[in-house]
Write a protein that binds this ligand. Sequence first.
Ligand SMILES: [Zn+2]
Length: 293
Amino acid sequence: MKALGIDLGGTSVKLGIVQDGAVISSASVPTRKNSDYEGIVGDIVAAAKKLCDGHEIEKAGIGSPGLINSSSGKVCYSNNIRWSDYPLRDDISKALGVPAAIANDAKCAALGEAVVGAGKSYSRVAMLTLGTGVGGGFAVNGKIEGGNIHADASGIFGHMTLVPGGRECNCGRKGCLESYCSATAVSERAQSVFGRQITAKEVFRLALERNRVAKKIVDDFAGYLAVAIVNLANILRPECFVIGGGMAASAEMFLPIVRKKTEKELYGEKYAPVKIVSAQLGNAAGIVGATLL
Ligand SMILES: [Zn+2]
């Protein structure tokens, strides 16, 4: 069986044909910044039709940023693409002529990693995606909790309060995990110290070259991440905690610090350990996960 996975992001829409948990053909189109909803849906549908030409597709799965109502199929709210109550699932399904399902993009990535990626040997898998923002998801026995607006609004890991009254987050609150552990946050902090434009990737590279300032930024980042993981793990107690998103590329630098801190802080760690690993599917996690909804 072949399914189409769609991963809608703030800068691009990634599409893939998925068979037996693997992407066999893929495409990507930019998310037009100044386009309205109809324009973006039109772009997705055109790219999907082109990609699916010659393939027998049985269903489509969509991962979208923001708060999704997976039963009504609507994108309720996104601080990223500024949509409200848009019937994305049904519009895609109608245009492509196949049944479709929809969920939050980070939840799709978590489902992908849980079922065919780094978490596939475990029944309880949590994931944090560290990219432009911080997202997350939690899967039990290959399923993400969802079905109505209240269930879909669960697991907003990126906006847990890590530091009361702390740094401003783009959700309008202060001290969220996202404002400490996203690539944006690391880059902004580095910019204020180095006094120039600098990406999170460059900060990790400098830390690897033993730049003391960069090393301090990475240590602080890893410390905050460990606190978030301890909090989440004490509540959800996954067997496996997957770290994904763009920053996972530098995981070998910060995961040892995170593991050490988590091991020390986690309640009853000896009796119910949590394995912290980096994601395996990379960019494909969201596409694959969307087809597993
Ligand atoms: Zn926030």
